[in-house]
Design a protein around this ligand. Structure first.
Ligand code: CP
Ligand code: NVA
Length: 301
């Protein structure tokens, strides 16, 4: 008997560059889909296991299922037996017998990997401490919609070497852009992630050098979910890495600004940049819906 192994999306690298390109095109195509159009996920059920807060990821997946004819079941950690110690391996086996796919937002990436190893339906990374691949699907779509192909472009990441940063490093090789990484000493991504960036990754010490001539500047909060206790100490270290008008002035004249949101104006980004003409953060957030429609159609077809 042939065992059917579910197709998971835990990091961007779970899809080939050709598949990512196809997803990007289908994500753009989702925008012209009529609300009264076909319901390709009719009867399908998506479970959403969330151990951290969310606005965009939750709403975009729930809306995807509603508009494509399926149903989403949101499971916050305190409402499930996970909060009373049920192992993720057991939950994965149980949910796999009831639903068609599972989105997991959790802390350690290893927890997601253990969940997926015991699931027989597709598991999607809705964010871990190490990766946020769904965000990159939306970011790449947003760049292409505004400026055309991202292959061959230069992108600067300023600030914390966090989960979104790690997914950007992975994206650079897969989508063919060069990533300029500029993080304070001690806040770089894990060494194995930096090494994995290969020739697509260039590290800079000074923000002014990192952004010079780039086509896209990206940043994120200085303290991610779970790092609230460090927020005060981090503010002083990260202030020189704030994306502001002066830094944007050093980029390519058509450079865009992106942020996965939620953002803190006056910290990682000035209000002028966040709400200014280079910023495409609202399109970026909206594209979570379209990109994830394409992703679910791929994984559930
Ligand atoms: N960008 C993002 O994932 O937002 P949420 O935390 O609101 O889902
Ligand atoms: N780095 C942020 C991303 C939120 C979408 C966090 O993990 O809190």
């Amino acid at each position: 008997m042939i065992e059917i192994v579910a197709r998971h999306f835990l990091t961007l690298g779970d899809l080939s560059p050709a598949e990512l390109d196809g997803l990007l095109r289908r994500g753009i195509g989702q925008k012209s889909r009529k609300v009264s159009g076909p319901r390709p996920l009719s009867g399908r059920v998506l479970a959403m296991v969330f151990e951290k807060s969310s606005t965009r990821t939750r709403v975009s997946f729930e809306t995807t299922m509603a508009q494509l004819g399926g149903t989403a079941i949101f499971l916050s950690v305190q409402d499930t037996q996970l909060s009373r110690g049920e192992p993720v391996e057991d939950m994965a086996r149980v949910l796999s017998r009831m639903v068609d796919a599972i989105v997991v937002r959790t802390h350690g990436h290893d927890r997601l990997v253990r969940f997926a190893a015991h699931a027989s339906v597709p598991v999607i990374n809705g964010l871990t401490d190490r990766h946020h691949p769904c965000q990159l699907l939306a970011d790449m779509q947003t760049y292409v919609e505004h400026r055309g192909p991202i292959a061959g472009r230069r992108v600067a990441w300023l600030g914390d070497g966090n989960n979104v940063c790690c997914s950007y490093i992975e994206a650079a090789g897969l989508y063919g852009f060069t990533l300029h990484l500029c993080c304070p000493p001690g806040y770089l991504p894990p060494p194995e992630v930096v090494e994995g960036g290969g020739a697509a990754l260039r590290c800079f010490e000074r923000p002014e050098e990192a952004v010079r001539g780039v086509h896209l500047v990206v940043t994120d909060v200085w303290a991610s979910m779970g790092q609230e206790q460090e927020a005060e100490a981090r503010r002083a270290v990260f202030l020189p890495y704030q994306v502001n008008e002066a830094l944007m002035g050093l980029c390519d004249p058509g450079a865009l600004f992106m942020h996965c949101l939620p953002a803190h104006r006056g910290e990682e980004v000035s209000a002028g940049v966040m709400d200014g003409p280079s910023s495409v953060v609202w399109d970026e957030a909206g594209n979570r819906l379209h990109a994830q429609k394409a992703l679910l159609e791929l994984l559930l077809r």
